[in-house]
Design a protein around this ligand. Structure first.
Ligand code: ATR
Length: 284
């Protein structure tokens, strides 16, 4: 898109950044919403992050989406943060305000929450089994809590990490949090209304989890936050067994909505057209 002098510019900052889908996502919306703007990918090493942020602010950027490995640093350098960023200790969106202050938000949690709500509605009274205990798990537990999940079993390869996470989140959530080892899966599978994978297993270049879905009840849904590949081994298995399968693209699209609105002043829509566009771009 050609920019006039009045074009609004934002960025997505990470290391590496070549695989980021954000420029495609925002590019689609810029076109759909007829906005004169651009979202540029910025490959920035960890040690240069803070200086680059200041420079982008001086250069008139509206803000940046933040991806690995800068999410914690983004939270740390902001002047103000929303509750989600505070709870996560990490931010995926920095907004540069005209008065000079930097606002940090975490929209990953909103993205996951809206992606689940779109497919399943709320989760009142549900039991969820959640795999993983990293940053993504933390945001996911907050989203499940907001959707009304009664109970979340957190299973992790290193169960001590699951216990630390549950202890940190207990004061913030109404959902009952239980912890265990990944090996405990067969014991809890039958109780699950929803299985959520937040581990990086199954991602391109990583081995998949060897998870037997035979114990899941037929009505249970399976969600994988991984979107590359879009159909992970876990989701393929789930579909073959007739479960509702939710891929990571829903979360990706929904987390972008507040960013686009903050950068470009228009609230964009998550549509089938957008999904198809991103699927094609991921295929390519
Ligand atoms: P993120 O912030 O994206 O959640 P992270 O903090 O590195 O990333 O967490 C990655 C999660 O995936 C962890 O729960 C990790 O398990 P450990 O805490 O036991 O290391 C989990 N994980 C990564 N690869 C895995 C694998 N092959 N099998 C099982 N769990 C895996």
């Amino acid at each position: 898109m050609t920019l006039t002098g009045a074009g609004k510019i934002a960025g997505v900052i990470g290391w590496p950044i070549v695989h980021s889908v954000s420029p495609t996502l925002h590019g689609y919306w810029l076109n759909e919403e007829n906005v004169n703007g651009a979202l540029v990918p910025l490959a920035v090493a960890r040690e240069n992050f803070a200086r680059v942020i200041r420079a982008l602010q001086l250069a008139g950027f509206r803000g940046v989406n933040v991806t690995l490995p800068h999410k914690e640093a983004a939270f740390a350098l902001a002047d103000q943060s929303d509750e989600a960023a505070k709870a996560a200790g990490a931010a995926n969106l920095l907004i540069f305000h005209a008065e000079g202050h930097i606002e940090a938000r975490n929209t990953d949690m909103v993205g996951l929450r809206e992606s689940i709500r779109e497919k399943l509605g709320d989760l009142k009274g549900s039991t969820v089994v959640l795999l993983g205990a990293g940053g993504a798990a933390r945001g996911a537990i907050l989203a499940l809590n907001e959707l009304g999940a009664a109970r979340v079993h957190i299973l992790n390869r290193h169960p001590d990490k699951a216990a630390i996470l549950a202890k940190a989140l207990k004061p913030m959530v109404a959902s009952q949090l239980d912890v265990g080892d990944l090996a405990d899966w067969p014991k809890v599978a039958g109780a699950a209304d929803l299985l959520v994978n937040t581990t990086s297993a199954g991602m391109k270049g990583h081995s998949a989890l060897a998870l037997d879905l035979a114990g899941l009840k037929p009505s249970a849904a399976v969600l994988d936050i991984v979107y590359n590949p879009l159909e992970t081994v876990l989701l393929k298995d789930a579909k073959a067994r007739g479960h509702v399968a939710i891929d990571g693209l829903g979360m990706l699209m929904h987390q972008g909505v507040p960013s686009f609105e903050a950068f470009f002043g228009v609230r964009p829509k998550v549509t089938d057209g957008l999904r198809k566009h991103l699927e094609q771009s991921l295929d390519g």
